[in-house]
Design a protein around this ligand. Structure first.
Ligand code: PGA
Length: 250
């Protein structure tokens, strides 16, 4: 946590979920509280509209997991930020490591997508994080710095941008960095954000992601400069996601 920054607990459903899973959204929406944290579930495009309707008048926000960098045009199969907003979402994850790996997304491409999200008056959740090899080589901070410089548009503010630090080797593996390592890289990211964006960087949320679960949430969310979490597997079950929400200390 960082003083004066309201944590964000965000779920990333990835390529999971059909109408059968919508009741989970309803249970999450009924269980979250806006008093001490903001709550968000990013669903596949196909569920955004229905999930957003289910969450109307609740404290749960609905987001998307990717978008195209253009607002419209000849891009068969792609979906733009204004379209996603029209469907009822206000946040879009960009540059998740699975997109960087599966679709060859570069920092420059992520930068363009983040800008498209901001231009649509939405919030971009920009993901960064090192591979296992990069961490073993002692390059985690250097990688974070170059991803921050390459992926974050200069007009980013604490309102239109959230950073998610997700070490790739921790995603879906059950492996988690030590609390000291999380504290150290989040402090490094904070310093980089301040030098890039000044006061906006000081106020920007930095989420931790990668095997965040009910069992480790309380200690990870208490670490300085960890302003919430981006949660994959554990966001699919309402009980697990709500347990993580409840681990936020008021
Ligand atoms: P995980 O995924 O919580 O299943 O490790 C996190 C993410 O990829 O955002």
């Amino acid at each position: 946590m960082t003083p004066n920054i309201k944590p964000l607990i965000a779920g990333n459903w990835k390529m999971n979920g059909t109408s059968e899973q919508l009741p989970e959204i309803k249970v999450i929406a009924a269980g979250v509280s806006a008093a001490t944290y903001d709550a968000l579930i990013c669903t596949p495009f196909t569920l955004i509209d229905r999930a957003a309707r289910l969450c109307a008048d609740t404290a749960l926000h609905i987001g998307a997991e990717d978008c195209h960098a253009n607002s419209s045009g000849a891009h068969t199969g792609d979906v733009s930020a204004p379209m996603i907003k029209d469907a009822g979402a206000h946040h879009i994850i960009v540059g998740h490591s699975e997109r960087r790996t599966d679709h060859g997304e570069t920092d420059q491409g992520v930068h363009e997508k983040a800008q498209a999200v901001q231009d649509a008056d939405m919030t971009a959740i920009i993901c960064i994080g090192e591979t296992r090899q990069e961490r073993e080589d002692g390059r985690a901070n250097t990688v974070a710095t170059s991803q921050i410089k390459g992926s974050i548009p200069p007009q980013s503010t604490a309102t239109n941008t959230v950073i998610a630090y997700e070490p790739i080797w921790a995603i879906g593996t059950g492996l988690v960095p030590s609390n000291e390592d999380i504290a150290s890289i989040h402090a490094h990211i904070r310093n980089e954000l301040i030098s890039l964006l000044g006061e906006e960087g000081a106020a920007m949320r930095i989420l931790y992601g990668g095997s965040l679960k009910p069992g480790n949430a309380e200690e990870i969310l208490a670490i300085q400069n960890v302003d919430g979490g981006l949660i994959g597997g554990a966001s699919l079950k309402s009980a697990d996601f709500l347990a993580i929400c409840n681990a936020v200390k008021s």
